[in-house]
Design a protein around this ligand. Sequence first.
Ligand code: SF4
Length: 342
Amino acid sequence: MHPERIRTFLQEQGEPAYRAQQAIDAICSGRVLSFDDLTTWSKGLREKAAAELPLMSLKEKKILASSSKVAFKALVELADGNSVETVLMSPKPGLWTTCISSQVGCAMACTFCATGKLGLMRNLTAEEITDQVLFWMQYMHVHNMEGRLNNIVYMGMGEPMANLTNVEESLQLLTDPKVFNFGDRHISVSTSGLVPGILRLGKNWPQVNLALSLHVANDIERTAMMPVNKSFNIAKLQAALKEYFTLTNRKVFLEYILLRGENDTPRHAQQLIDFIEGIGKPHLLHVNLIVYNKTGAKYEETPREQSRGFADRLRKAGIHATIRKNLGRDISGACGQLAGEK
Ligand code: SF4
């Protein structure tokens, strides 16, 4: 649902502007699944809208629920037949977060990531991005699920900063009080390290959270794991984060997937500490240590004891670090596992 399409449609029908806002409010509540549910509209108007205006730019193809019912993954089909995955999870009772995709596939080719193997098919439109949020609001309504969807993370398929024009339009729609009305601080955008995007987000969206997928803090190993490091290496990332802090003074999340023997040794922990200290504001950086989910890549997860040791080293150096709870593993909906299907 793009609000502009609804406004234009109603204008063409000679309806007053307030009718459009009525409809947008109702649709964005997640309680309207078809134009037929818009009882404030006349029957004729509802029928015309149903015939001419698709309410959603995507439709459900498959849904998987984790055994604990705290994570759901949907494969949704777009109008051109492509599919993307989108996830709903509840890190705390009553609070729900959706992890949304920004592209069909991804060009960044990170070696630990299922989506990276697909290559890039195309960017998602702003409407296709926000409709993933609407999709889960509708899902929660239909299934009488308790709680509120109040957090959105751009950490699904794709590199958001490589589709920043559409991502920014989607941020506009999600935060617009007359459309979805989410708070900027309830939204996080992740990047594998596209520096121009980091700075643009800092300038245009200083209250939106930034997550940087770092995963290893030396150039040789990072370039092997994440080809983006050839263009934007460790020194450039440090400089970008310094500038980002000047722009926003907001905390940044460093995402770090622990991979057995690859980036989880005491040497790697020290390199991560040096990376953070080199930026100069360690209190503004929070390290999320992520348990690796097998994606068919050559990697293995770090044993739990060793993960704790890695986190302890960071903490002893005064760095905030948490080992992230892994929701939705049994549905391949956790980090790096979103691969979609055509
Ligand atoms: S981790 Fe993110 S940026 Fe890297 S290939 Fe996967 S989806 Fe793309």
